[in-house]
Design a protein around this ligand. Structure first.
Ligand code: ACO
Length: 430
């Protein structure tokens, strides 16, 4: 939304004026789209520290308050009162479903949970010890070869089918990735189970024995999905938008998002966090690792701490800490060594001047590894669980971009600092 305010710049004695735009919440932005044409100058902003890359109606984060809203609703209320598929419906459609729409949506998703039998061959092409995220990048990207009708993005029906397909198939694909890594047969989905219980059946069931989902654990995993469903213009979402801005197939764009998510500075942090807790091993060594985290000459970072946007508690970390306590109590693991260690690490870091000064708080990934481990999910699969949930956000944001009248192919500028123009010298004279 435009405002009456303007931003005035003086460059080389020339005055230029830019409109200031205002959103529903959050920082106003200076609309500098005409800067290049008016001045011949570009802006320089590596890592997008001060740049809004799009307008979006999906998710809002207030990093100073530690607030996260999906379509205006606080994450705490959604995690408590809704299931993951309701949240998926909300993110995509802008409103929560009523009971009838919820049932219809859940039925639609159930109809899409199976994958083409030929997809099995893709798994067989990977080594058994391949990292599950490498498999996910390949298999999800390969889906683009199966669904030609997803190519007409101007058609709302096609976009909707693509969304439903991916949301429905991600649990199947993630569970198949796991089964392949442990050498067990793939489990077909069960339509009598809800979304998350069905995922646990495909992960932990075998043809030899019926899997009986534990409702407390199913609910915990469902909340984990909700907490990871979307998070504004983060690195992987921006990757999906950038890949999609060329008109690429959405399944291929999601594969690009998965690749980006894999990194330890992003979705790989929960895996890295659990590895770090294992490495610290005992409460007596916490001080030593805090010292290392503060040492500029040591590139060790406290995994699960810090966030580009939250400069206060990540609200998802609070919820995750509670989910963690619930799961451990259900499983009789209240005295879990890593949970106790994580609590101690959190306490010490939150009292430390370095962490206070830099506003470094635990993020969502600090506790999610402990919960997932307790649920029986191996460490290398953690980021796949994140990808499963975030696919909702990625597809929602991809569609928002595709239908945005101001949509343009993403094409950042650069400040070139390489060699000045020069001529090639013949090879004999070099
Ligand atoms: N441990 C120790 N120091 C840290 C940490 C940390 N976890 N995080 C940031 N810092 C320090 C930096 O060294 C930097 O110090 P300086 O100002 O003296 O140079 C300062 O705090 C600011 O950190 P930046 O890395 O510049 O902040 P940025 O916003 O770019 O990075 C990030 C945020 C990538 C999340 C960072 O905090 C980090 O690497 N954390 C650990 C990994 C992690 O948990 N990632 C998960 C993010 S949440 C998610 O993706 C779901």
């Amino acid at each position: 939304m435009s405002t009456n305010r303007t931003a005035n710049f003086a460059v080389d004695g020339k005055h230029v004026e830019f409109p200031v735009m205002s959103g529903t919440h959050g920082n106003d932005v200076i609309d500098i789209r005409t800067l290049g044409a008016k001045t011949g100058l570009f802006t320089y902003d590596p890592g997008f520290l001060s740049t809004a890359s799009c307008q979006s109606k999906v998710t809002y984060i207030d990093g100073d308050k530690g607030e996260l809203l999906y379509r205006g609703y606080p994450i705490e209320q959604l995690a408590e009162q809704c299931n993951f598929l309701e949240v998926a419906y909300l993110l995509r459609n802008g409103e929560l479903p009523n009971a009838e729409k919820k049932t219809k949506f859940e039925d639609t998703i159930k109809k899409h949970t199976m994958v083409h039998e030929q997809l099995v061959k893709f798994y067989q092409g990977f080594r058994r010890d391949a990292h599950p995220m490498a498999v996910m990048v390949g298999v999800v990207g390969a889906l683009s070869a199966f669904y030609h009708d997803a190519h007409d993005f101007s058609d709302a029906e096609h976009r909707s089918i693509s969304f439903n397909r991916l949301i429905a198939k991600m649990p199947t694909i993630v569970a198949m990735t796991y089964k392949y890594s442990v050498g067990q047969p793939f489990m077909y989905p069960r339509n009598d189970l809800d979304y998350t219980a069905n995922f646990m059946h495909m992960m932990f069931g075998t043809p030899a024995e019926e899997y009986k989902p534990n409702p407390v654990l199913v609910r915990a995993l469902d909340v984990i999905f909700t907490l990871h469903a979307d998070h504004e213009q983060n690195a992987s979402t921006s990757t999906v938008r950038l890949a999609g801005s060329s008109g690429a197939n959405p399944f291929a764009c999601i594969s690009a998002g998965i690749a980006c998510l894999w990194g330890p500075a992003h979705g790989g942090a929960n895996e890295a966090c659990l590895e770090m807790l294992e490495e610290i091993g005992d409460v007596s060594r916490v001080g030593e690792y805090i010292k290392r985290a503060k040492d500029k000459t040591d590139n060790f970072k406290l995994m699960g701490f810090g966030h580009r946007v939250y400069k206060n508690f990540d609200p998802r970390a609070r919820l995750m800490s509670k989910v963690c306590a619930d799961v451990l109590s259900e499983l009789g693991l209240e005295n879990d060594r890593l949970f106790k260690l994580a609590k101690e690490l959190e306490k010490i870091a939150l009292e430390d001047d370095y962490f206070i000064e830099k506003k470094l708080y635990p993020n969502v990934d600090f506790y999610s590894g402990i919960v997932q481990k307790a649920l029986g999910i191996p460490t290398s699969m953690f980021t796949c669980i994140f990808a499963l949930a975030r696919t909702v956000g990625w597809m929602t944001q991809w569609e928002e971009m595709i239908t945005d009248p101001e949509y343009k192919i993403g094409r950042p500028r650069q400040l070139y600092t390489g060699a000045a123009r020069r001529d090639v010298i013949q090879i004999a004279k070099r």
